[in-house]
Design a protein around this ligand. Structure first.
Ligand code: ADP
Length: 329
């Protein structure tokens, strides 16, 4: 667990702990009191639509901009009192990429090694190791401008790792990447965490948060609308159901009589029942249909997913409740 005790029996300090972070631009309140607690060694996803304020949080925590209010400690150091120590402990990659397209991948890496004052030999070794680790050795001597989106992101992370940061902020690491590059990036992030790095990741993609994060916070209208593990968030919204579709009106009416608790749609000839998606529940439903001597033309199971949570919390357009995520038959 990320909160394991160290040798002296004390809990390590949280990687990030922030209370009441506020930021406005003119009349526009972007952050309206944000509290964050990110245990060391965990992955935390800040999820929100475009313009929700995710980058603003990352910029504040990485000392690029100052908050109008609130307090935060990163790697145990106060943001205001000791910004240098914060900067020394973190790495940031994302929308404000550090990659220089005019020079090669290797030169970008060596530049970072110089910035971190690594001796020449060690800098070369570190650069070569990281280029290898991120599958960039073949492209190392080519200008970074010729790299694909996925390669640039990999180089950006590799550059961040030259300083061996304990905490990494990844601002929308997979926005705009194709599915294969996205999966590669997920693997990279998982490996970082296995190595003990703490990751704060911002994303617009629910699936990404679901795949990677120990905890997820949903940012909406300047506040955290909810926070928890993916499972905890999914439990916040009801919505698991089974839908039965019929083409034969007689069969539909038979079934509706047998399943009195179902919500009826007499026009579409569909019945919808709340359901936890379990095998046992499905079997009992099918038994009841068998006992009534009716067969549905189609049965679909909908389990609530993070999309449901997100739409419920952000009050955004609710997807059709009839949209199945998993066809059972
Ligand atoms: P996200 O990363 O979630 O897409 P941002 O943190 O980039 O959101 O932006 C949140 C809001 O703050 C947006 O409405 C954006 O236009 C506004 N904003 C960000 N930076 C500035 C700035 N320097 N000046 C004015 N408005 C800004």
């Amino acid at each position: 667990m990320p909160t394991s005790r160290n040798g002296s029996g004390q809990l390590p300090p949280a990687a990030v702990s922030a209370t009441g972070l506020r930021k406005s631009y003119g009349d526009k309140t972007v952050l309206d009191g944000i509290d964050l607690h990110i245990p060391t060694g965990s992955v935390f996803a800040l999820l929100g639509p475009n313009g929700a304020g995710k980058t603003t949080v990352v910029k504040i925590l990485s000392t690029l901009i100052t908050a109008d209010g609130g307090q935060a400690r990163v790697a145990g150091h106060d943001l205001t009192a000791d910004p240098q120590a914060v900067r020394a402990a973190i790495g940031v990659t994302g929308q404000f990429s550090a990659v220089d397209g005019l020079i090669t991948g290797e030169e970008n890496m060596l530049l970072m090694a110089d910035l971190h004052h690594l001796p020449r030999g060690e800098g070369r070794r570190t650069a070569a190791d990281l280029l290898e680790r991120f599958d960039l050795t073949d492209a190392a001597k080519k200008p970074a401008a010729t790299y694909s989106g996925g390669m640039k992101r990999r180089l950006d992370i590799a550059m961040t790792l030259v300083g061996d940061p304990r905490i990494i902020f990844l601002d929308e690491p997979t926005t705009g990447l194709d599915p294969r590059s996205r999966h590669t990036m997920w693997q990279i992030i998982r490996k970082l965490v296995t190595g003990g790095t703490t990751v704060l990741l911002t994303t617009q993609y629910l699936e990404e948060a679901d795949q990677l994060a120990d905890r997820i916070a949903v940012l909406n209208n300047g506040r955290l609308a909810a926070e928890g593990s993916a499972e905890e968030l999914k439990r916040l919204v009801p919505g698991g159901h089974v839908r039965l579709d019929f083409t034969d009106p007689a069969a539909y009416h038979h079934a509706a009589t047998a399943l009195r608790e179902a919500t009826r749609n007499d026009e579409a000839l569909t019945l919808q029942l709340p359901h936890d998606g379990s095998q046992r529940g499905l079997r009992s439903l099918l038994d009841r249909l068998d006992a009534a001597g009716v067969e549905a033309d189609e049965l679909t199971v909908h389990t609530p997913d993070l999309d449901d949570v997100f739409f419920a919390l952000t009050g955004d357009t609710v997807p059709s409740p009839n949209q199945p995520t998993e066809a059972a038959r």
